[in-house]
Design a protein around this ligand. Sequence first.
Ligand code: PEP
Ligand code: MG
Length: 570
Amino acid sequence: MTFTIKGIAASSGIAIAKAFRLENAELDVTKKSISNPESEVARFDEAIKVSNGELEVIRDHANAELGEDKAAIFSAHLLVLNDPELLNPVKDKIKSENVNAEFALNEVASMFVQMFESMDNEYMKERAADIRDVTKRVLAHLVGVTISTPASITEEVIIIAEDLTPSDTAQLNRKYALGFTTDIGGRTSHSAIMARSLEIPAVVGTKEVTAKIQNGTMVIVDGLDGEVIVDPTAEELATYRAKKDKFEQQKLEWAKLKNEPTVTKDGHHVELVANIGTPNDVEGVLNNGGEGVGLYRTEFLYMGRDNFPTEEEQFEAYKSVLENMGEKPVVVRTLDIGGDKELPYLHLPKEMNPFLGYRAIRLCLDQKEIFRTQLRALLRSSVYGNLKIMFPMIATLDEFRAAKAVLIEEKEKLVAENVQVSDNIEVGMMVEIPASAILADQFAKEVDFFSIGTNDLIQYTMAADRMNEQVSYLYQPYNPSILRLVKMVIDAANKEGKWAGMCGEMAGDSVAIPLLVGLGLHEFSMSATSILPARSQMAKLSKADMEKLAEKALSMSTAAEVVELVNSIS
Ligand code: PEP
Ligand code: MG
């Protein structure tokens, strides 16, 4: 009988095929006493060695298929696999308790997994997933079972799994794995990110696909609306085939706009640029017709390692982005660490309210050596392209002035050392704290540009933690209070002849776009795959009409009324 399972739309598109369950093999880890601990340790070492070999192959494959940044996860896995902090306690346990290696490994790994999972931090939770993935591989060798991997699939299927580990996802072959759906995971989990870069439709976080779908059942994965249709009727199959065709058609239409400027039907021009996290993302920006980079989140350079990146390492990353973007603008945001993003090697004290705490520019202005190193790397890279620098989490003009002063000092030092630095670097700020939006008229006199960070601006305006699902209903980009703040920032920029962009999720939101066009936003920065749909949407809008629409929205009282208003125009 047909039924539908709801989940999170993780990667767009529609896939229709038979289900292939990626089973989690039963790995027997029961405690057994052993008589020869030395040979048990040797058996453990052998399993580690074989796993090392396998992971190296997977990493090289991922490197070739998915690019260096996606393959980096396997270098991280190799580090886990060879980490004495994991291996030594296992060996000690085998020797001191005379227990089998499977049991010892499972005990030690579970302790680390629990520790990382209990941290209120997405990044650390992903580390728990890494340990689980690596442990499963070693356990399979110890137990002597072959774990089913996507690499063994040779017909067109939809993969059904509790979760896809990074190594599973890296082995997906687009020819056969038409789509996948999982019980757990969110939009930012590894598997979701990889699905988007492979362009495989995916629905994650369904909680129940493995419980409800049998091998060989016909399944539709609707990565557009986050639904999985199990055992569809002929009628449903026809409907979804039509939806799939329409989506493919739409993609072709969007592709035609790749090298076109972004203009409304009455000739108003805006910039559509992309948010990136690593130099490898540049390819996606160019493939999707991005006119620049509106937000380069540099914190990824600092994450997933155990010490600070050197000036040289940073310089190489910035130079690579600038060179590959050519003349197109690249807005680099200085380090925004703290809040939900932690660096283990920074040893920050635990805070009651990390989102309101010691983070981003606050930390950089306090620990200036970290800041200076980044600014020097940026200044040195500036001659390789069109660099703009912005500071995150600016609350007061003093902070902006202080940050800019450090930048100028570093520039002067470099010039004195005869290092070439561009003279045309625009220096701007993120507007993500209500105080800076309200005082935008004053800031506008001193900055070269604004970039509105609505992810944080909304959380601070609504006093609702963006990581807390129970208050997620307060994430209201269309609330007139937010629209009024956005208008204040854009108007302030206009008055001083500066430009205002937006790099929060709201900029790529199809309901917000008509309003933002109406408010006169100059630059929209979004994930690369949203650029062409946004360009296509804007070409159908009239700026003059959107101005009237925005004016009406500003005088409304609730977000729901605003949504209704916007929907009434299409
Ligand atoms: C924002 O706050 O809107 C933003 C773009 O920054 P981040 O999501 O990195 O905090
Ligand atoms: Mg932010």
